[in-house]
Design a protein. Structure first.
Length: 339
């Protein structure tokens, strides 16, 4: 009995010694190398991570970990180091955070199961370059233990996604232009702005804060005749970096009386002759080459001043046949113009 007890005690001491030695070796092992291809990415863009864990760790599992600012580390991908110790991952991120990699020591752990981890780590893995290992989806697997060596943390800044599916940007002067959409990821209270380019500078003309589903609504009363480039901006917060979305041009229109003329082949006041498909108009005073946008019954066309006239009644524009056909305009009537 004494001999058996001594053998069991010796075995226990040996096991403890081996475990301690393994832990010490893991701690003493050099930290994995990590390189992030682009540390500033768009919402949903894949963050590409590559590096090496050393040739001595060829064939070992590698875990990619992610944490939001102030949040906990979560494993979002696992892979196997290649013959030369290299690895590669690609993971789609929706929020700004930090990434690191660690060697797996064989401790079973559920990977990437929380809502935050699955949401932030969506997207498949990739294989690294020559000799590299292959990354896999975060599924029930092994994960790096606290004693396993880890790489330095690398911050990845992720811009928010601005969607603007509803745009009413063609309005009469004095009416309201409207842009509505969402900012992703959905969060309440995010500041969104509508800006117009005026005299070479962007000027804020409207602002709103998102609701719990990320929705915003921006409106601006256009008190001008003409066009201004418009964009929607999100100023950025702890979760996402600043983002900008161009939404086209905001056009303010006025009414004008117009007529149609079809004197194809005839001379134009600004030079040349009127062609059948020429998108030109005539005006008494606007400089030759002036471009304007014309709306009529929901149709829009951009034309160029290339002729002089009309000289009948109170008519202000003569529309060449090609312009009139595109607008569905015939005879004499009122149109909307941006000049």
């Amino acid at each position: 009995m004494r001999f058996g007890t001594s053998r069991r005690a010796a075995g226990a001491l040996l096991t403890i010694g081996l475990s301690s030695a393994a832990a010490t070796a893991a701690i003493a092992a050099p930290a994995p190398d990590i390189r992030v291809a682009d540390t500033s990415i768009r919402y949903g863009q894949a963050a590409v991570v590559r590096g090496t864990v050393g040739a001595e760790n060829a064939g070992r599992q590698v875990a990619l970990e992610y944490a939001t600012p102030g949040g906990e580390w979560r494993v979002i991908r696992t892979g196997v180091a290649g013959a030369d110790g290299r690895y590669g991952f690609a993971t789609r991120l929706r929020r700004t955070g930090v990434l690191r990699v660690g060697l797996v020591d064989g401790v079973a752990l559920r990977v990437g199961t929380s809502n935050d981890a699955s949401r932030e780590g969506s997207g498949g893995g990739i294989a690294s370059g020559s000799g590299g290992g292959t990354a896999s989806d975060a599924s029930p697997a092994v994960a790096a233990s606290p004693a396993a060596p880890r790489s330095a943390a690398r911050r990845v800044t992720v811009a928010a996604r601005i969607a603007a599916p509803f745009r009413r940007l063609d309005v009469r002067a004095g009416e309201e232009a409207v842009v509505r959409g969402r900012v992703g990821p959905w969060r309440a209270g995010r500041l969104v702005r509508l800006e117009l380019l005026e005299a070479g500078r962007w000027r804020r003309v409207a602002s709103d804060r998102t609701d719990a589903r990320g929705r915003y609504a921006l409106s601006h009363r256009a008190r001008f005749v003409g066009g201004r480039y418009a964009r929607v901006t999100f100023r950025g917060d702890a979760a996402n970096a600043r983002s900008v979305k161009r939404v086209g041009r905001l056009h303010g229109y006025r009414e004008a009386l117009a007529s149609r003329y079809d004197m194809y082949g005839g001379p134009l006041g600004c030079g040349g002759r009127l062609g059948y498909n020429a998108l030109v108009v005539a005006h008494k005073t606007l400089p030759c080459g002036t471009k304007l946008r014309i709306r009529y019954r929901g149709r829009t066309v951009t034309a160029t001043v290339r002729d002089r006239g009309p000289y009948v009644g109170g008519r202000e524009f003569d529309l060449a046949g090609a312009v009139a056909r595109r607008l569905g305009f015939d005879g004499v009537g009122r149109i909307l113009v941006t000049r």
